[in-house]
Structures are given as C-alpha cells and as structure tokens.
Ligand binder design. Structure first.
Ligand SMILES: C[S@@+](CC[C@H](N)C(=O)[O-])C[C@H]1O[C@@H](n2cnc3c(N)ncnc32)[C@H](O)[C@@H]1O
Length: 353
C-alpha cells in the first residue's frame, strides 16, 4: 500500500477510495467523501465548542494586533475548512493551510478562497522547518498520524517557525466511545455481552495501523507533558471537550440534535474510510460492510449507543528562549496504553485535570 517514490500531492486508488500516494504513513483517504466527513466533524466540534478554536481569548489577542498583519499555519488542513473559516473570522491574518494531499475544494471550479487564505500541498515533516519566526499561530488538528517524529515537529520545527509569544495549538480526539456515565464501551466480539460495533471495528483499525505505520503512538496524552518540559514553550493548557453521539436520552435543543447527528454520521463514515487499510490487512469485504452498517445503526437516533467522544485541545505559548535541538524523540510507546484505555479505564483516568 505504500509507495516509496511517489512525490507528495499525488493520489492513488486503493479498494475504491483515493489515498495520498507519497511515502507517508497516513492511511485515511484524500477524496471528496473523506473531506465531507472531515467537514461534518468540523461542524460538530464548532457547534460543541461554540468556537473554531480552544483558548479563545488567547487566540483572539494573538491574531488581532493593530501594528501588523498576523500569520497562521494550519498543518494537515484536510478539506481546508478550518483554515478558510479562520481566514474569514480574522481578515487581518494571512492563513496558510498545508496538506500532503490536495484539498478537494481546490478541484471545484466554483471555489473562491478568502483573499487572505492559501491552501497548498506540502509535507508537514519537511515544510515547517523552512520557516523562522514566521507565524503567530501554528495549528494541528488530527494531523499527527502522518507525522512520525511528531515531538521534533512540535518542539523544534514549530518552535522555530513561531514568533516568540505565538501559539502552538494541537487537537485530537481520544478514539474511545464513552457511555453516558463516562466509562468506556468495551472491545468485545460479536455475541459477547456488552458488544457494540465501533470499539470492535476501531480496535482492528488500531491493530492494522500499528502494524504498518511508523507512528506507533497515540500521542495526545503525551504532548502536554512534552510541551511543559520544553524550554521553548510556556503556559501549556489542555481543554477537554465531550462531543455527544448516538441515541438521545433526554430532550435536546436543535443544536444538540445537530451535533449528535453530525458526529454519529462522521463516526460511521470513519470506519468506512479506514476500509482500504482494513482490507489490505486481510479483513474481508462482508465483515467491513457489516461493521460500517452496524456502527451506523447503533449510533442512529434509535440505536443502542448513548455517549460521547472526547477531544483534547492543547495550547502552548512560544517563549523567547532559542530553540534547543531535541536530540532523540521521547520514548513513548503508548500502543499498550491505548489498548488499556480502550478496554477498561474510567473516563476520568484519561481526561486528567
Ligand atoms: C484526519 S485529517 C484532519 C484534517 C483537518 N485538520 C481537520 O481537522 O479537518 C488529517 C490530515 O492530515 C494530512 N496529513 C497527513 N500527514 C501529513 C503530512 N506529513 N504533512 C501534511 N499533511 C499531512 C492528511 O492528508 C489529512 O488531510
């Protein structure tokens, strides 16, 4: 499935979906269906947070300078929707979104980007280090799966590319479905007590991913610590947000219903999106179809799942200290920990305060 020689920006067809074709470990598609899914996820998050970003006051203060235009880099921009909406909200900010695959929106003739927004094809593992003190904010949302050496990219490359006082923002979901009481739905096989499709299917996704990819960690529980220990950053905060999904158990406002519907649909589509990876890993077509339909049913308004998915939003401020070379990547093999989270932890244990 990997192609070591293809340049970035190319896509290839794998099991009926278009995936980026370069020598990168990112296994979700780069097609219109995937960008529509990402847009749904984006809209659900925006409605849940009532904002495009965490640490609202800090972001507004950072981007709303009177003395000069400001600059923002969105790494792994996907469809480009976050970058475009940030450019609309902050007309005094030059927004650049980069992605290893071309954002689908650029292929539509009707697309008009805001004049302060550029979307371009570039690899975050090499592109960020070309800049020095160039951005007021660097933002990553769910972009780490295609970035081995994430610690170096955050603590060296991004630190170098940020203006002192600028912000690094990293967001990622903890891929565990939580029940209404915030305990995790367990990973079990069909027919076993407590079985639901999503944990079963996503557990198989993790197994397939960890087998193939160089990114061996689910690092969202590490980066807060990395940033706190780095002399290049200060004022590190992590906000946790619970996005509701699945069946409704109490009367909902229109907004709550929209969030639930958008996020549930996103979840069913994400299993389909990992289809090429699962099929390459030996899963058969019928099981994949059953899992996708099963997730769709159990997360529907009449389904069996009632719960949440947690998202982490970490923000850190660039200090004035010159960037020190990181040396080796921090040793964090969280593969094991991810499985533990999946199996039996209580939500409070992986939403540390
Ligand atoms: C899960 S999507 C998230 C997209 C967007 N940030 C959002 O939240 O909607 C991750 C994106 O990261 C991109 N990506 C993966 N590896 C990358 C790399 N090394 N450099 C740039 N983009 C990368 C993928 O192509 C994909 O569009």
């Amino acid at each position: 499935m990997t192609s070591a020689t293809s340049p970035i920006g190319l896509v290839k067809e794998v099991h009926g979906r278009l995936l980026q074709a370069s020598d990168n470990d990112y296994y979700l598609p780069a097609d219109q269906d995937e960008h529509s899914r990402l847009d749904m996820q984006h809209r659900a998050l925006k409605l849940t947070m009532n904002s495009l970003y965490a640490q609202r006051e800090q972001v507004k203060e950072t981007l709303s300078r009177k003395d000069r235009r400001t600059a923002l880099l969105d790494v792994g921009t996907g469809s480009g929707i976050w970058a475009i909406e940030m450019a609309e909200e902050f007309p005094n900010t030059n927004v650049t979104g980069i992605d290893i695959a071309p954002p689908d929106v650029l292929s539509r003739p009707s697309t008009v980007l805001p004049s302060n927004c550029v979307l371009k094809v570039a690899d975050g593992t090499t592109e960020i280090k070309k800049y020095h003190e160039a951005f007021d904010i660097i933002h990553f949302r769910s972009a780490h799966l295609g970035m081995p050496n994430l610690a170096r990219i955050l603590l060296e490359d991004s630190a170098n590319a940020l203006i002192p006082g600028g912000l690094l923002q990293i967001a990622h979901c903890v891929p565990v479905v939580l029940k209404d009481d915030l305990s995790a739905y367990p990973v079990t096989d069909e027919g076993q007590p407590g079985f639901t499709f999503y944990p079963r299917a996503f557990n198989r996704v993790l197994q397939a991913h960890f087998k193939k990819a160089r990114v061996k960690v689910e690092p969202s529980s590490s980066w807060h610590k990395w940033l706190e220990q780095s002399p290049s950053f200060e004022r590190v905060t992590t906000e946790e947000v619970l996005v509701p999904l699945g069946r409704n158990v109490k009367p909902l406002s229109d907004t709550e219903r929209r969030i639930r519907n958008l996020y549930s649909k996103n979840m069913a589509n994400v299993i389909a999106a990992f289809g090429p990876l699962l099929l390459e890993d030996g899963l058969d077509d019928d099981t994949l179809t059953t899992w996708v339909q099963g997730v769709k049913n159990e997360l529907g308004e009449e389904g069996s799942v009632v719960g949440y998915m947690g998202w982490r939003f970490t923000t850190a401020t660039r200090t004035i200290t010159p960037v020190e070379p990181l040396g080796s990547e921090p040793e964090v093999d969280l593969t094991r920990q991810t499985y533990d989270l999946y199996l039996n932890r209580k939500a409070g244990e992986y939403f540390p305060k």
